[in-house]
Design a binder for this molecule. Structure first.
Ligand code: ATP
Ligand code: MG
Length: 414
């Protein structure tokens, strides 16, 4: 039997693993600068949490969730996104008291049953941030700038920042009525659209099959109340004064139900058709709806795999050198113990120059030739050879693996 990774999942190793961990490292640095603290939540939750928060008529809940029953018939779901879990943790652990700044980030795997293609997988990674407890448009602007800073930090310079406002419940009520009226006049809507038209007409706007038919569709900007209009304009002017290039895009509606007012997306040409790298927005009602105190909130999620695709040609990851590899070889088997303990010392103490090194200890029972072959295979820069005569004189041989030259070095000097 040949086992394979399940469809839509993949193993991450070599350069990709290095790039993924560098992305996460950079993200931690940026989060620290913005005062965001980490939360790690479980990879699975009550399925009801996601159904309630993301919304019954969304793609995620209708077709993409991995739902299963555990041995006690609890209905659980692998998390398809991070916000619902984070809000659940915020309420359950009273984080408004212990982490009053309200700035949280998470990094982890998400799971969605989707048709796999480049940039779209069934298990993928997100880096996300949520800013809770701050109703100000300044929080929206900071979240957008933070997302942009993450992309800058891995060398992505070209990006398309799209921003829109979906208004509050009041604006949305009027907009919804106008939409229903409009959609009723559109012919040949797909089945999903017809069903969503009744339950949640805003979702129809997001339809991937029908959206080209929607010419002359009502625009949310015509329905925004004064407060929503003013706060949207403030978000835009804050972005402008921080030097963020954005496009106000009235067509932008996000795939989750919980958004209020600001929504945004950051896209890149470098990824192909799955071009959304980051998506987010404000969700002022979610904490209250999930049983917490009413708490305004704004956040985003960044798709790590897509960001790595977008960053692959920036050269950013190439500039990170692997550490220098040092191999310890033995010309005489009886020196194995000495060589081994020397390797351990070297691993613990590092190099004199402070250079990043990785040390590979000696191999037992192999000829010197085959040890040197192995050193070449792993691309060791230097091999330190323990040989009897030299060792008795307090020295060993240091072989430069590139030009194959070797010098005798005093043990004390290394
Ligand atoms: P899309 O419209 O591409 O399906 P979405 O609206 O479902 O995206 P969100 O739920 O907002 O995406 O997730 C935020 C980010 O996570 C996306 O912008 C994308 O970069 C990434 N992402 C979402 N789904 C996947 C997936 N199946 N595989 C890889 N990355 C994904
Ligand atoms: Mg999706």
């Amino acid at each position: 039997m040949n086992y394979k990774a399940p469809r839509g999942t993949h193993d991450i190793f070599g350069a990709n693993a290095l790039a993924m961990s560098l992305l996460e490292q950079q993200a931690r640095v940026i989060f620290k600068k913005h005062g965001f603290e980490e939360i790690r939540t479980p990879a699975f939750e009550d399925a009801a949490l996601f159904m309630r928060s993301i919304g019954q008529t969304t793609d995620i809940v209708e077709k993409e969730m991995y739902i299963f029953e555990d041995r006690k018939s609890r209905k659980l779901a692998l998390r398809p996104e991070g916000t619902a879990s984070l809000v659940r943790a915020f309420i359950e652990n009273r984080l408004d008291i212990s982490m009053p700044a309200g700035r949280f980030f998470y990094i982890g795997e998400m799971f969605r049953y989707e048709r796999p293609q480049t940039g779209r997988y069934r298990q993928f990674h997100q880096v996300g941030a949520e800013f809770l407890g701050n109703p100000s448009p300044a929080a929206d602007a900071e979240i957008i700038i933070l997302a942009q800073d993450l992309l800058f930090s891995v060398g992505i310079k070209e990006m398309d920042v799209r921003v829109n406002s979906l208004g509050c419940e009041k604006c949305r009520y009027l907009f919804r009525e106008a939409l229903v009226k409009y959609f009723c006049s559109v012919r040949d809507l797909c089945e999903d659209c017809i069903r969503r038209l009744e339950k949640n007409p805003l979702r129809v706007l997001d339809c991937k099959t029908d959206s080209h038919k929607f010419t002359g569709v009502p625009r949310i900007s015509d329905y925004l109340c004064d407060y929503c209009k003013d706060s949207f304009n403030l978000v835009l002017s804050l972005l402008e004064s921080a030097g963020c290039n954005y496009t106000a895009d009235e067509k932008l509606v996000r795939g989750l139900d919980y958004y209020t007012r600001t929504v945004f997306e950051i896209r890149s040409d470098a990824v192909g058709s799955q071009d959304a790298l980051v998506a987010g927005g404000r969700y002022d009602n979610l904490v209250g709806e999930l049983g917490g105190q009413n708490t305004p909130a704004v956040g985003f999620a960044l798709g790590s795999e897509r960001v790595l695709l977008a960053a692959r040609n920036t050269g950013f990851f190439d500039s990170f050198q692997e550490s220098e590899k040092i191999f310890i070889a033995i010309a005489d088997q009886e020196l194995f113990n000495e060589a081994f303990s020397f390797a351990v010392k070297m691993i613990r103490n590092g190099s004199k120059s402070g250079k990043d090194i990785s040390v590979f200890g000696p191999v037992n029972g192999k000829s010197l030739t085959s040890q040197l072959k192995f050193a070449d295979k792993i691309k060791a820069v230097k091999t330190i050879v323990f040989a009897k005569t030299e060792f008795e004189n307090g020295k060993f041989l240091v072989k430069n693996m590139k030009d194959k030259t070797q010098v005798e070095v005093l043990i004390d000097e290394l």
